[in-house]
Design a protein. Structure first.
Length: 223
């Protein structure tokens, strides 16, 4: 019997009851290495429109791709749903006795209405316009959507369309995807190669170039 999972489910039920229907609690199972169906328990799934059996978020890929010893809980950051609602999210890594991450407990609180109230108050109290921060990361439903989102982010990190990228810029974009764990997704190499108009051999050579020339990069990102 997995007492850690039982405890996590108990906490999920308690958090959902405490904070109400706007608070989604998600448990990702990393023990089975099943990226297609990492969500094994969810409360208030209507917040992100996900359910048991759905795929991982970006943070799950990064967890599988990173050194467990360097991972730290990521608390109180912003994410967004496909329909544009803003969530305040926290990601907690649950480890086994060997120090490996077995589960991820994620809390996503829908603060869209609270932000609307906050903006209304600021419109009265502020004397100068405020600037928007970087856009919250979108929560996706499956690995295909996640890969599409990561590819878009990799292109945005370069700041120009693929057709205008130099070789070095494509290498940097591929490094972004590699750091994010994109190549843990089945057949991702085929899609990335086609998108960047390079062969799979070239793709692998770009990844090897990054391994040999770029210092290890640790991420401390999200869900």
């Amino acid at each position: 019997m997995d007492y850690a999972l039982i405890l996590l489910q108990q906490l999920a039920d308690g958090f959902a009851a405490q904070f109400g229907p706007d608070c989604e609690i998600v448990i990702h199972d990393l023990t089975k290495k099943d990226l297609e169906r990492s969500i094994i328990y969810i409360k208030n799934g209507h917040v992100s429109n996900r359910q048991v059996g759905d795929g991982p978020s970006k943070v799950v890929l990064e967890t599988l791709h990173s050194d467990p010893k360097l991972l730290k809980d990521h608390l109180a950051y912003l994410t967004r749903t496909a329909d544009g609602r803003i969530l305040k999210s926290s990601t907690m890594y649950i480890r086994n006795e060997a120090g490996e991450v077995s589960y991820i407990l994620a809390v996503n609180y829908d603060i869209t209405n609270l932000l609307a109230v906050d903006r209304a108050i600021k419109s009265i109290t502020d004397t100068e316009p405020t600037k928007e921060d970087t856009q919250p990361e979108q929560i996706v439903h499956n690995v295909n959507d996640l890969l599409d989102s990561l590819i878009e982010q990799s292109v945005a990190s370069i700041g120009k369309p693929v057709a205008l990228m130099t070789k070095d810029e494509k290498v940097s974009a591929i490094q972004f995807l590699n750091d994010a764990g994109a190549f843990l997704i089945t057949k991702s190499g085929d899609k990335v190669s086609k998108y960047f108009n390079i062969s799979k051999f070239t793709l692998y050579s770009y990844i090897d170039v990054n391994k040999n020339t770029k210092p290890g990069k640790q991420t401390d990102e999200t869900i």
